[in-house]
Design a protein. Sequence first.
Length: 302
Amino acid sequence: MIWFDDVGGDVETSSHVAPGLRSRLVAGDWVGLRDGQIVSVLERHSELRRPDPRRPDVQVLASNVDLVLLVLAIDRGLNDRLLERFAVMAWDSGARPFVILTKADHAIDTAETEQRVRSLVPGVELLTTSSHSGQGIERLRALLRHGVTAVMLGASGAGKTSLLNALEGTSELTRAVRRSGDGRHATSTRRLYRLSHGGVLLDIPGIRLVDLAGQSGIDETFTDIEMIADRCRFRNCSHRGDDGCAVESALAAGVLAATRLASWRRIQAELAVRPRAANQRTRRPRTDWAEDQRRPPQDEPA
């Protein structure tokens, strides 16, 4: 197993790394070994990524994951825009998003929140949990079964590390949320955990600002708008005053929320100015996230 800090620098490993490979490795990589040395990195089937804050490129946060767990605390209300952006990021990775609502024991109306989640990310499954009471933990444990690799994506203080503790009965460090509601970083590195029930879970530091790297997740996140847009008179309709625009008709009729369309436009505009290189995808699409991964015997997970 290999663990990386947030800049991909410090590495703890039981194997040596061949020259030139260290900068290419990220948590979740499958590697080829020869005489105890990492000599190759296998092609990735998924990449969770964001724009690199240090240079005009993309930063891969995790690779070869099947599920992206969108972890949101609901004790202080649901952040709609954050959820939408997390979903775009998850769909773009090539993995399958799955919403995990945490701290349900402190929420006032979980049913209403669940309904909002379904409207914001249509077609994405969700699970409401409480690390304190144990609500939803058994179902989450069954989800993360043998052959499934998942990564937790969420803001600091969302309860990601507490979920890990509840799943495994461990005591990884957690930190109290500030009075303002902002979380504190309990996780400072990206680390893979082999779960006792067979799956693999990757915990990464909380993300406060969600910058997006690729456009491929927009259609899947905003399927409601895309379905309406299919009825527009013109295929290249801009949804801004075009004749026969079904999207604007739905907006006027109250079928489509103005905030929903505003989010879609905002993300479209943001990604339109991204450098073309940042939108290039290097992964293979995967259709069956739960299928057991067949790896050569000599390969070990990084």
